[in-house]
Ligand binder design. Structure first.
Ligand code: ADP
Ligand code: MG
Length: 301
């Protein structure tokens, strides 16, 4: 098959592995810098151009779209979809997953386990907001944050109140969330492809830190999931409309709760922690599913 990878950087581990595994599977793989693709959107025959050339003949596209370029990246992917190219993840699913609030609303409606969560922009009723999550300790999260940057723990009621007031004064959008203390600074990354979790790792925060992001010095190891954790992860990905997703789960006293669903999950951490060929499994999925006309939304829903 002729397959396009949308990625800002050929040298990234995930991109390199996708090229390598694609070639191992006998495919012709091309990497395009998402921001350098340009489009003819108004004509009857939608097209994509790259470095002066019109792209054609692609059967599948693998989007690796970073959070900072979601807007343009989704437009490029949508263009591929309108040309009938099979997307590993659809633009609609990616856009959904990038909005933390929208994601939580979709998951809640589907009955997926979540931490108690309140959302506010400029409520004057800080107390009521704190009560939504049963008081302190609680976690406050900026909606735009990634890699643990906008995530703060307020250990006492007073700390929570001043933190919320401060964010409110900055006009920031934020979530207030029950602190899952029993997770002990760890979370579980479930790598979902189709209707299966094909790999999972436990990420443990470094000492004195509750955020387990690998970017923040967390360490990863292989883990065996319970059937409930598996089904939660698969359900979360499917409700978001994603074929491939990194679903992050905490082990709480009230069962597995989903923190977030990542639509361009990294391969480095998970392949190293598990020793599995995750990139190869992505191609197995594409080979089974990429058929003309298989895009459900045509990018416009
Ligand atoms: P980001 O998108 O910045 O990664 P997350 O919501 O994933 O934000 O939070 C970062 C990390 O903080 C998580 O991986 C987890 O270890 C920890 N964390 C987040 N929310 C909670 C919570 N409600 N209770 C306990 N730990 C949490
Ligand atoms: Mg996270």
């Amino acid at each position: 098959m002729k397959i396009a990878i949308l990625s800002r950087n050929k040298k990234l581990y995930s991109t390199q592995r996708l090229v390598e595994a694609g070639e191992e599977h006998g495919h012709e793989v091309h990497v395009f810098d998402t921001l350098k693709c340009y489009m003819d959107i108004a004509s009857h025959r939608p097209s994509i151009h790259y470095k002066g050339e019109k792209l054609g003949g692609f059967e599948a596209v693998i989007p690796r779209i970073g959070a900072s370029i979601t807007f343009y990246g989704a437009a490029v992917l949508r263009q591929f979809e309108m040309m009938g190219v099979y997307p590993l993840n659809e633009s609609v699913g990616i856009t959904r997953s990038r909005d933390k609030l929208r994601s939580l609303q979709i998951l809640a409606r589907a009955g997926v386990g979540l931490p108690l969560t309140g959302f506010a922009h400029s409520t004057d009723d800080t107390q009521a907001l704190i009560n939504v999550v049963n008081g302190a300790p609680l976690v406050v999260k900026l909606l735009q944050g990634t890699q643990g940057k906008g995530v703060v723990l307020a250990e006492t009621y007073q700390a929570a109140e001043s933190l919320i007031d401060a964010f409110r004064n900055l006009d920031a959008n934020f979530l207030v969330q029950e602190f899952i203390k029993e997770a002990g600074g760890s979370d579980i990354r479930c790598f979902v492809i189709g209707d299966r979790v094909i790999a999972a790792m436990l990420r443990q925060a470094k000492a004195g830190e509750f955020r387990s992001n690998l970017h923040r010095g967390g360490t990863a190891s292989r883990i065996k999931l319970t059937p409930e954790e598996r089904s939660t992860a698969v359900r979360a990905a499917s409700k978001m409309g994603l074929n491939v997703a990194g679903v992050d789960i905490l082990r709480s006293n009230h069962g597995p709760v989903v923190l977030e669903v990542n639509s361009s999950p990294g391969l480095e951490g998970i392949e190293h922690a598990t020793g599995l060929n995750v990139a190869g499994k992505i191609y197995e999925f594409i080979e089974k599913n990429a058929k003309p006309g298989k895009t459900r939304t045509r990018g416009t829903g």
